[in-house]
Design a protein around this ligand. Structure first.
Ligand SMILES: *Cc1c(COP(=O)(O)O)cnc(C)c1O
Length: 390
């Protein structure tokens, strides 16, 4: 049996660096900022990259290398680089690949800080972004210009849990010779592998389900060797590297990703089904509920429905705020993908600076509530939501 035949869980658990002289079973933490050379020739050959080895932990470190290797196997990618946060991954990936005058075509609904990059910062370098409506994928090609370089999307989206057809994006990217980048944070590599559908690069905030326990920040970009090489060179000079300690934590987390995500999704489906039958709920969005507008696409590209459920509470902004105030067991927090269930009300918090029209353009109605379903006993989570809804 060759290593590449191993299943997802085996790769996650058995991908390991060589053991040290102590023959440790669990990979040790290499908390070292730099590495030593045998002699002048060793040092020369290392710096010219004739030798592949660790030099300095901003470039690489055994713990970050192991974490990246695992993600590459899980995503079916050739290479990768690990970052201090998900946003460091998103920013560095764009900054490494774009030149002044380039153009991005992005889904309109992207993570808030990613939107800030496109909207506030990239225009400083004459990089413009056009946004397509997730629910009108037939309009995407109309936004492509001669200087368009990158096609970008997240699926499922945050916070409305819309689904974008990854195969369609892959086909468009191929036809127009664009680099397709997918933020796969909500799905995790266990649920969805965008490279299968034609993505060139996959970005993750490892802070979410990859860590899964609300402990550390991290990010990673994986994809084709040539693009990762550019991202690596940019990053080794600009310094967004993941710390060895966080890499060690995240690599451990990956060993249990499959079982955790299975349980998260099982709980989320039960929460979604409960909400769908509640009289104070107008509608529920969960990719694996038949009522989801893109249910067929979700089934095609996702192994499970994920752990995020969005629902529309009756009564708008005030009802949303009142609901949050009545929550007892679940947490009001900005994170997601934690063992602990987290509820948020985007219209009165993360997206409160947008006008009603701007919010609706990215599928955020006044009554939209997002639940990141955790790993508690699901009946307790449902009981909390039920008392807060009544
Ligand atoms: C959280 C998140 C990010 C940013 O990750 P950080 O680790 O918080 O920097 C990017 N994309 C999505 C979809 C996210 O949920």
């Amino acid at each position: 049996m060759s290593e590449s035949d191993f299943g997802f869980e085996t790769q996650a658990i058995r991908t390991q660096l060589e053991r040290s002289q102590y023959l440790e079973h669990s990979v040790p933490l290499y908390l070292s900022s730099s590495f030593v050379f045998e002699d002048a020739e060793d040092m020369r050959a290392s710096f010219t990259e004739e030798k592949e080895r660790n030099i300095y932990s901003r470039f690489s470190n055994p713990n970050t290398t192991e974490f990246v290797e695992k993600i590459c196997k899980m995503e079916g990618a050739e290479a990768g680089y690990a970052f201090a946060t998900g946003m460091a991954a998103v920013y560095s990936t764009f900054a490494a690949l774009l030149n002044a005058g380039d153009h991005i075509v992005s889904a309109s609904s992207v993570f808030g800080s990613t939107h800030a990059l496109f909207h506030t910062y990239f225009p400083k370098w004459n990089i413009e972004t056009s946004y397509f409506d997730i629910n009108k994928p037939e309009t995407i090609e109309g936004f492509i210009k001669p200087n368009t370089k990158i096609l970008y999307a997240e699926s499922p989206t945050n916070p409305a849990v819309d689904i974008i057809d990854l195969q369609l994006l892959g086909d468009i990217a191929k036809k127009h010779n664009l680099i397709l980048i997918i933020d796969n944070c909500f799905a995790t590599p266990y649920i969805q592998n965008p490279i299968q559908f034609g993505a060139h690069l996959v970005v993750h905030s490892a802070t979410k389900l990859i860590d899964g326990q609300g402990r550390v920040l991290g990010g990673v970009t994986v994809g084709s060797e040539d693009l990762i090489r550019k991202i690596y060179l940019f990053s080794r000079n600009t310094g967004p590297a993941l710390s060895p300690f966080n890499a060690w934590i995240l690599s451990k987390s990956l060993e249990t990703l499959a079982v955790r995500v299975e349980k998260h999704c099982e709980n989320a489906l039960k929460v979604a089904e409960f909400l769908e039958n509640h009289p104070n709920v107008n509608s529920v969005k969960y990719p694996f509920l038949k009522s989801h507008p893109q249910y067929e696409i979700a089934k095609k590209q996702m192994r499970l429905g994920g752990n995020i459920v969005a629902f529309e509470i009756k009564g708008g902004i005030e009802a949303g705020r009142a609901f949050l105030n009545k929550i007892q067991l679940c947490s009001l927090s900005a994170n997601l993908g934690d063992t602990r269930t987290i509820v948020t009300h985007p219209a009165s918090t993360t997206h409160s600076k947008l006008s009603v029209e701007e919010r609706l353009a990215v599928s955020i109605s006044d009554g939209l509530v997002r639940v990141s379903v955790g790993l508690e006993t699901v009946k307790d989570v449902i009981a909390d939501l039920e008392q807060a809804l009544s």
